[in-house]
Design a protein around this ligand. Sequence first.
Ligand SMILES: [Zn+2]
Length: 309
Amino acid sequence: MNLLPAAFATALSLLATTTRADVPAVVTDIALVQSLAQTVLGELGHADVLLPPGADAHSYQLRPSQGASLQRADLVFWVGDALTPWLGRTLAGAGLKGKSVPLLDAPETYLHAFGAETAHDHAEAEAEPETGHDHAGADPHAWLDPANAQAWLALIAAELAAADPANAAAYVANADAGRARIAALDATLRAKLAPLADRPFVVFHDAYGYFADHYGLAVAGALHRGDASAPGAAHLAELRADLAAGGIICAFPEVSHDPKLLALTLEGTPVRTGAVLDPTGGTLPQGAGLYEALMADLAAKLSDCLAPR
Ligand SMILES: [Zn+2]
């Protein structure tokens, strides 16, 4: 007699529960991965992001409250240890209940190495203490190739669908729509950037190899290495000689980094200073649209300085 109403009440409460209750708790490393995860989640849920606006992706320190948020996560989408060793250490150390999904490990991700000169610089960096990760491998800034962002949307959708089969169709449809938007933007950017081939430029840190490869641009050097660590005197002298020699059109500072050293390096050279680049999208409005905004922003800033006048 008591059993039936109890079972009935349980059934009623299950009916009242929308599929939303089963949407996984998603935590991401940086704003652009949050953007891709949010694209896939759509209206079903919200992806959290660990790196605060304007903080450096390579050298951040997690706060204790963020450790707690990681513990609650069902899925952690992040670029990988080569970009954010601080997160790699935490994920390896803590007993994470959820699943860690490093996007660089996605089978469809196209990876390339840093430039030869930078790879040499990295070998020096690895002798330093506290640099516990391998920088000699692939350049982690892989999202700046739109084909990788498209592959990552598909992987995020597959992981969400596996964790929450009731909403699988929505995740896949959201990812497909996102991939189509990126494809359209890619075509627009390709046309916009085509006139900039053979217009060499220098960047603040070695993060733009994928973007340059994909759009046929000419990165002539970087002030800092790919992990944004401080440049050595020999590297600075070499870069300054290249800048003074002529032929390099622009140099671009970067968000959350003091522009003084770059300005000093450019002093007395014919090189123009471009707008401040934001390769991780940390200063852009967060949400599903951020990835496309990031790519459009980079293209606009490069074009504004480099276009033939
Ligand atoms: Zn970087």
